[in-house]
Each structure stands twice: as C-alpha cells, then as structure tokens.
Design a protein around this ligand. Structure first.
Ligand SMILES: [Fe+2]
Length: 265
C-alpha cells in the first residue's frame, strides 16, 4: 500500500471538549504551514459542550483516530474505557462520561464510530503510525517513567513502523532509539500537562529523509472563557481548577510515582 507522504504534520492529542484550545492549535498549525493535521481521538470528556468540537474538525480537514472515549460514546457503552483503576479516578471519569454522552448529538456519535483505530503515513522517508494509546491497545497508558525502550522497539517491529505517535495519558514526551526510531506522546489539548501552566500542548513532526524533528508546542487560549463555560454547564469545580491553574486535581491516581511527584497533588 502506498502511504500519503508529508514533510510536516501537526498532531493533536485528546481534545476532551476543549474546543477553544482546538481552534487555537489549528490556527497555530496553519501558521506553521503543516501539510496535514491529525487528531488522535478522545474528542469528548472533561470539558463543556462536546458538540462544539465537531464543526472545527470538519471545516479544517483534520483526520481523526478513534480514542477510547469515541469508541464508548459511539457504541453507547456505559463507561469510558479510560483504564483507571482507583475509585476516585473512576468517580470523576463517570461524571465526565455521563455529561459528554448526554450532550453529544446522534449524528456526531455516529461519525465517531467511523474513525479508524490507526492512521499510517509517510513523513520524509519514515513511516509513522498514529494511534490513541498504543498500536496494540486503544487505552494503554504509555508514561515516560514506566515505558522501557525495548517495549517501544517491540511495538515498532510488530506493527512495522519507524515512528509511533499516541496520546491517552495527557502528558507529552518522546523517546528515540536505533538509527531513526521514535515514539512521541503528543500530549493533550483538553487539559494542561499538570505542570502549573495553563497552556495545553500539541506536536509538530517534520522529517527530511530519515531525520526527524519533533516540536512540542504550548497553546495559549482563552482558558478563562473555557472555565466560565464549564461553570455554566455545572461541571465539577475540580475540573475548572485544573483549567485555571495547570495542575491536575482529578484522574491522577493512575499517574506513576515520578509523574505524580512532578504535579501538585
Ligand atoms: Fe484516552
């Protein structure tokens, strides 16, 4: 199969209904003259008014990979398949999921069901596999501190790709190995990276031949407007606090020790 070949792409992680950040990231990516924009799924969750995300994706030709949230909402499952294990994480995940399900139109739910589990393309001379969690499991968490390089190498070999890009964890990082292999967690647009900054993050990948450049881009957007919208929708004040402070307050029991220690809570 011949893959579409690009030289510079923008890759967006979980949107979590943050339509203001999505619009800001797309504006930024266009200024950087990217050839294509890819979103790695989880359009809903956490934020307000999930249906506001869809027209932005449509009108800007963003390709979307299916995330666990999109899979659950499109199939009408009773849980987000987020992969949390602690009751406190699951309590907030359930609140988000019920709100998002109730506020996503039937048309948008059906569209989410059509997203592919992965998108492959050529970047320079490198092959890239874009997925949500990992190439083998949609809701696998790939954290920097707990993901060995030999495991990433195994995934690359088994799935026949030079580069893997994914999201799902919400914290951006990258790893290089071999002559030109790479894994890039592109971060998330939906909530800040638990670093005390209100910006959210996306990634620009560029390759010349086998030479890959990865840039993590902070996105400034009107986070106070998003917070107002969240309060209007009566979403938990803990979620609003994260948007206003840059620190995670919920769904963080899942963090490994090192990533947890880097946050405030
Ligand atoms: Fe996810």
């Amino acid at each position: 199969m011949t893959l579409t070949r690009y030289s510079r792409v923008a890759v967006f992680g979980g949107v979590y209904s943050n339509h203001l950040a999505l619009a800001a990231a797309i504006r930024d990516a266009k200024l950087r003259e990217v050839d294509a924009m890819v979103c790695l799924g989880d359009l809903g969750a956490f934020g307000p008014n999930p249906d506001r995300v869809f027209p932005i994706l449509h009108s800007n030709d963003v390709s979307v990979v299916k995330g666990n949230y999109d899979d659950s909402i499109s199939r009408g499952l009773d849980d987000c398949q987020c992969g949390y294990t602690e009751p406190r994480d699951n309590y907030y995940a359930r609140l988000s999921y019920q709100y998002t399900f109730k506020n996503t139109s039937a048309k948008n739910r059906a569209w989410m069901g059509t997203f592919p589990d992965e998108i492959r393309f050529q970047l320079g001379d490198l092959t890239v596999l874009a997925c949500h969690g990992s190439p083998r499991q949609m809701n696998e968490f790939l954290w920097e501190s707990t993901t060995p390089t030999h495991f990433l190498d195994m995934l690359s070999r088994e799935h026949k790709t030079d580069v893997i890009v994914s999201t799902h964890t919400g914290i951006h990082w990258e790893r290089r190995w071999g002559d030109f292999n790479a894994y890039v967690n592109v971060g998330a647009l939906g909530r800040p990276a638990n670093d005390g900054r209100t910006e959210v993050w996306y990634s620009v990948l560029e390759a010349e031949g086998q030479d890959l450049a990865v840039e993590f881009v902070p996105v400034t957007y009107d986070h106070e407007a998003l917070a107002r919208e969240m309060r209007d929708e009566e979403l938990p004040e803990e979620f609003v606090e994260t948007i206003l402070t840059g620190w995670w307050t919920t769904c963080l029991e899942i963090l490994p020790g090192k990533e947890r220690a880097a946050g405030k809570f």
